[in-house]
Write a protein that binds this ligand. Structure first.
Ligand code: ADP
Ligand code: AIR
Ligand code: ASP
Length: 283
């Protein structure tokens, strides 16, 4: 472990080389940033919770046939994923108006949208992730129309599934951001998979009854303890024991250590593990 090579350090995660060239290890940091890293903090427990939530949700997506980069959980802060070529487009799906949509169009926060809204942002920190259109994406070659169609249809499926799942847990899925990547199979065939993470760092979740915000907006707008919100979500998902994994502001390491095992058992059975060995589809 000590000799492994770091590939990239981002705002919330570090990427290390994986055990083989097609894989990387995602290490979830406790660092939180907002407003293009203008606001920063380190919040004990955040990395563990996001790693746990994201590996669980990625496994769920796989189970309904949405291909993801996730292979397996390694430990409380790390997961093994397929190395992908990231498509530099952040796809946001919104069910309820909040955040930058309200700012941009003067909408009242909480307005339920007539239908889910898909927006695109160019993934470039130096430019502040500007909003773009499908035409920009195709014109500048960030993704071709077929890739774009696949990304959007996966995003709709994720939204349908997650909306239902969270509604059943008494939570409203307000919006979320997805990133996608390319993988090539052994015959040169291209697969688009869901990459990065799905966690309260990149979605908005409100308590259905009280309206309490449980996601990263707690940090962005000083609405309350961030880890408390993330733990509430993880508890609802059945991922951590009641009472949580913190002890007096610190992580209860012993409790947190054993959290990832169930996901691994599910991942073992996954179709995508054999993606590279799969035969080309007959038409
Ligand atoms: P940022 O780069 O915005 O600061 P993070 O700290 O979350 O964000 O860093 C993780 C980086 O890893 C992101 O840039 C993301 O696009 C990239 N990434 C996510 N999944 C994969 C993957 N499977 N293969 C390669 N890169 C990935
Ligand atoms: N998001 C976008 N860029 C980074 C992140 N994390 C996520 C937000 C929110 C959704 O995308 O966390 O869930 C829409 O963000 P905004 O700021 O455009 O309203
Ligand atoms: N993570 C991004 C940042 O650091 C955007 C956000 O979540 O607000 O600014």
């Amino acid at each position: 472990m000590a000799r492994r090579k770091m590939i990239y350090e981002g705002k919330a995660k570090i990427l290390y080389e994986g055990p083989d060239p097609d894989t990387i290890i995602q290490y979830f940091k406790d660092d939180a940033t907002a407003f293009n890293a203008e606001k920063k903090a380190t919040i004990a427990g955040k990395g563990v919770l996001n790693n746990r939530i994201s590996s669980h949700l990625m496994t769920k997506f796989e189970s309904i046939g949405i291909p993801t980069h996730f292979i397996r959980s390694i430990n409380m802060r790390e997961q093994l994923v397929r190395k992908v070529e990231i498509i530099p487009v952040e796809l946001v799906v919104r069910n309820i108006a909040a955040g930058s949509l309200c700012k941009r169009l003067g909408l009242k926060e909480g307005t339920v949208l007539g239908r889910p809204l898909v927006e695109y942002f160019y993934k470039d920190d130096a430019l502040g992730d500007p909003m773009i259109s499908e035409d920009h994406i195709v014109n500048f070659g960030w993704a071709d129309p077929y890739e774009l169609e696949e990304m959007v249809s996966m995003a709709w499926r994720v939204n349908d599934y997650m909306n239902g799942m969270f509604a059943g847990l008494g939570l409203k899925l307000v919006d979320f951001k997805l990133e996608f990547g390319r993988i090539w199979g052994e015959h040169g065939e291209l697969y688009i998979v869901l990459a990065d993470e799905f966690s309260p760092d990149n979605c908005r979740l409100w308590d259905a009854e009280t309206g309490e915000k449980l996601d990263k907006d707690r940090f962005r707008f000083d609405l309350g303890d961030l880890v408390e919100g993330y733990q509430y979500i993880a508890e609802k998902l059945g991922l951590i024991p009641p009472g949580g994994i913190m002890k007096g502001g610190n992580l209860n390491e012993k409790l947190a250590e054993g959290l990832g095992q169930i996901e691994n058992e599910l991942a073992e059975k996954r179709r995508l593990r054999d993606l590279k060995a799969s035969k080309p589809r007959k038409s």
